[in-house]
Design a protein around this ligand. Structure first.
Ligand code: MG
Length: 407
């Protein structure tokens, strides 16, 4: 038996053993005895930082590469501003709703739990999860749509590309270069999707879209963890806000099944606790399915390296049955919550604020703070600077700035 065949047999046994006793939605973490050996515990298909494709500006140091990336992301101003940026509900609607910051933390937590089971690089997963929403405008997707419309004649605006721009150009961590100089793998993980037109302009980072290849398993994992996290926490927030009801949700089989089980097991607890437990079980069921199905795909393909991962179909995926149930749950949210008139009102308000700010700054650049004022360059460069300023705003800063300019 070859070394790698032995490895996969051991991996399968170890992972299967740990699966039976490991609860992904908050269960205890079995500390690996190999933790002190840094990345020696990672699978061959995981992204080892020693084999990273590196940084634009070479650096030397003691930290593991992706650990250093996470540190830079957490210390950035763009990361701090996520705490006052809308996920679905605006920050001023209440203190209990998710913001982009708490969303990013939930994505990181979920993805790390699964990464550990699959022996992927948790540092990389963490860094991608924490950085993935950095480029979002204020007022959620409504803000991004409005800014994209404003920027149509100047190259458009897309939050994934803006996240990349933030870490490559706008943030600083060193006096000798612009940007955070993150590793290729974290930067690649930011770009979930990309048009061919944009991909051609992005060099190495965009190549996988042109060549139709996959990103690292860590990036694939964060991508799906993002969807699971926001779907479940948006249900929680929607219930809290009264935009959707438990009765409506019980029409969705996937939710209803877990709800009935909780009711049966705990007939005397309050409705609030039943719903809380049901949502925990929903996220756990999705996480367990994602872990098990991905493991099974990995064991079928047996990739020996990140290159093997890139050259095959996606290996981190929900099973077909669960993917269908998950799609129904997302469909429910879309119809009943994202289309709710109160959400539409918030979106409309956000869109108007963004559009007004863009028009004002383009018309009268002297209204911009000095560091965002454009002294030279083309109209496209100028519009990009305005988009940088507006997209970096928090919800409340944008509202204040609008008030200062228009009232
Ligand atoms: Mg997200």
């Amino acid at each position: 038996m070859t070394v790698s065949a032995q490895f996969f047999d051991t991996v399968e046994k170890n992972i299967m053993d740990s699966i039976s006793s490991h609860d992904l939605a908050g269960g205890s973490r079995q500390k690996s005895t190999d933790d002190h050996l840094l990345e020696a515990h990672l699978a061959p298909y995981a992204t080892h930082s020693a084999r990273s494709q590196g940084r634009v500006y070479p650096e030397v140091g003691l930290l593991r590469e992706f650990h250093r990336d996470r540190e830079r992301v957490i210390r950035s101003g763009a990361f701090r501003r996520l705490q006052y940026k809308t996920q679905v509900f605006a920050n001023y609607d209440g203190d209990m709703f998710r913001t982009r910051l708490t969303h990013s933390l939930e994505v990181a937590q979920l993805a790390r739990s699964i990464a550990e089971c699959l022996q992927l690089n948790e540092d990389l997963v963490d860094s991608i999860a924490l950085v993935h929403d950095l480029g979002h405008t204020p007022f959620g997707h409504a803000g991004q749509d409005a800014l994209n419309a404003c920027m149509r004649a100047y190259g458009g605006f897309e939050h994934n590309l803006q996240s990349l721009r933030i870490v490559d150009v706008l943030e600083h961590c060193d006096v000798t270069f612009d940007g955070l100089n993150l590793t290729f793998e974290v930067r690649e993980g930011i770009l979930k999707h990309c048009t061919l037109e944009h991909a051609k302009k992005l060099g190495d980072i965009g190549r996988r879209f042109i060549e139709n290849k996959q990103p690292t398993l860590e990036a694939q994992l964060v991508n799906i963890a993002d969807e699971i996290a926001y779907t479940v926490h948006d249900i929680d927030d929607g219930l809290r806000a009264g935009l959707i009801t438990g009765a409506q949700l019980r029409d969705v089989d996937f939710y209803s099944r877990h709800y009935q089980n909780v009711k049966f097991e705990f007939p005397k607890i309050s409705e609030g606790r039943v719903i809380h437990e049901t949502l925990l079980r929903v996220i756990n069921a999705l996480s367990v399915d994602l872990r098990n199905n991905s493991l099974s795909l990995i064991l079928q393909r047996r990739p020996q390296s990140v290159d093997d991962v890139r050259n095959t179909e996606p290996l981190i995926a929900l099973s077909k049955k669960t993917a269908n149930e998950f799609a129904t749950l997302k469909g429910f949210l879309f119809e009943n919550m994202y289309m709710h008139y109160q959400i539409k009102r918030m979106n409309s308000k956000g869109r108007h604020i963004i559009t007004d700010l863009f028009d004002a700054f383009m018309e009268e650049p002297v209204l911009l703070p000095p560091q965002f004022r454009f002294l030279d360059g083309t109209l496209i460069d100028k519009a990009r600077k305005v988009a940088d300023y507006i997209s970096g705003m928090t919800d409340r800063y944008a509202i204040c700035e609008h008030r200062r300019l228009y009232l």
